[in-house]
Ligand binder design. Structure first.
Ligand SMILES: Cc1ncc(COP(=O)(O)O)c(C=O)c1O
Length: 388
């Protein structure tokens, strides 16, 4: 490798080490999982594994082409139908990942005549899609409908307002696990004739009624577009855009024809489609209730520890965060817990928009209350023993 590149790589690695931002992709083995997004524990469910085998047997290991070439398979259609039914939306379009769904949707809606207003905590895939789209992009303070309203009003008052406006939020934010005030934001969007794009990555099959959009009474709202991932609560892989109202068909067709991450990407693998299809069947209210019970247990157990008082940020979904004094402290606690057989997530810059490092604890439906409480007590002890 040329010298310039080598020294540049070395200097980037040194900076990461110094700041405590270094990450690895090493395997974590089988631990008590308080970290993954497999909220319902479906990724290893025997019926899901059986569905994977059957899908591969019927359709092969890969889709072998883009959806618009020969890659559209019967199982994609079945999955889209099942997603529509589950979410109460008119139509669905599946992508090879949630990242691709967000990227492809925003890119396809963008262009010079559009304005995207993004929440400051929006996922990287939404930010990248907005940037790629050529739309004007404005960032709104996190969960602040007043700022959204001001930005909508400002566009409206421009001499040549952008005619196509979309507000882009997550229903449950991936970092803090807090909920967006969806009903209020939807109201503002309707008032200013804007689309509302809601990323349900952390709420589809993981919150009350299986969808925050549904719980907010927005399933059939015509100005709402939903994106989702199949890789979290459904334990599979893939993403989707879910359309509602009379324009659902036109919007879907627009994406099929213009969304680059749909057109120029090999279609979702049959194994993933089969897994997601079965997982949707298994995402029953019984499992959602167990998830809600364990989510409450996480918060009650951690907040019951006096050393953690004031440091816990309760989530609206299955994740709760504990604020840490530094990235180093967060990493030390994560490593110490791994030694004790417990996996927690370590969040630190640059994946924290406010610069605060955190330990994120995720509840799962399949944990037994007793084993969960024991693990949480170890988590609490390990954090409080960490020197500040
Ligand atoms: C809010 C949000 N949107 C989209 C994605 C991307 O989904 P996927 O992992 O399926 O690409 C993620 C995953 O981290 C996410 O948290």
């Amino acid at each position: 490798m040329p010298e310039d590149w080598t020294s540049w790589l070395e200097s980037r690695a040194r900076v990461r080490q110094l700041r405590g931002f270094q990450r690895t992709d090493t395997s974590r083995g089988l631990l008590m999982d308080l970290a993954s997004n497999d909220y319902l524990g479906l990724s290893r469910h025997p019926e899901v594994q059986q569905a994977v085998t059957e899908a591969v047997g019927t359709y092969g290991a890969g889709a072998t082409a883009s959806r618009v070439a020969t890659g559209t398979l019967g199982i994609h259609r079945e999955l889209e139908q099942a997603l529509s039914t589950y979410s109460g939306r008119e139509k669905a379009l599946v992508f090879s990942s949630g990242y691709m769904a967000n990227l492809g949707l925003l890119q396809a809606l963008g262009g010079p005549g559009s304005l995207f207003i993004l929440d400051a905590h929006a996922h990287a895939s939404l930010i990248d899609g907005a940037r790629l789209s050529g739309a004007q992009v404005r960032m709104a303070g996190h969960n602040d409908p007043e700022v959204i309203q001001r930005l909508l009003r400002e566009n409206f008052q421009e001499q040549t307002p952008r005619p196509r406006v979309a507000v882009v939020v997550e229903s449950i934010y991936s970092l803090l696990g807090d909920a967006a005030p969806l009903a209020r934001i939807a109201e503002l969007c309707a008032e200013y004739n804007a689309l509302l794009v809601i990323d349900e990555a952390h709420s589809l099959a993981a919150t009350e009624r299986g969808s925050a959009v549904c719980a907010a009474g927005l399933s059939s709202a015509t100005h709402v577009l939903v994106t989702a991932t199949l890789s979290k609560a459904l334990g599979a892989q893939g993403g989707a855009v879910l359309f509602g109202g009379p324009n659902a068909g036109a919007l879907r067709e627009h994406l099929v024809n213009t969304s680059r991450s749909f057109l120029f990407d090999t279609a979702l693998a049959p194994a993933s489609a089969g897994a997601a299809l079965k997982a949707l069947e298994l995402a029953t209210s019984h499992r959602l209730n167990n998830l809600a019970r364990n989510t409450d247990l996480v918060y009650e157990t951690l907040s019951g520890n006096s050393g953690l008082r004031g440091l816990i940020e309760p989530g609206a979904g299955a994740v709760h965060s504990v604020r840490m004094p530094s990235a180093d402290a967060a990493m030390r606690v994560t490593a110490a817990l791994r030694e004790k057989g417990i996996a927690v997530a370590c969040f630190r810059p640059p994946s924290v928009p406010d610069g605060i490092s955190r330990i994120r604890i995720t509840a799962h439906a399949h944990h037994q209350p007793e084993e969960l409480v024991t693990a949480l007590q170890t988590v609490a002890r390990t954090i409080t023993e960490e020197p500040v």
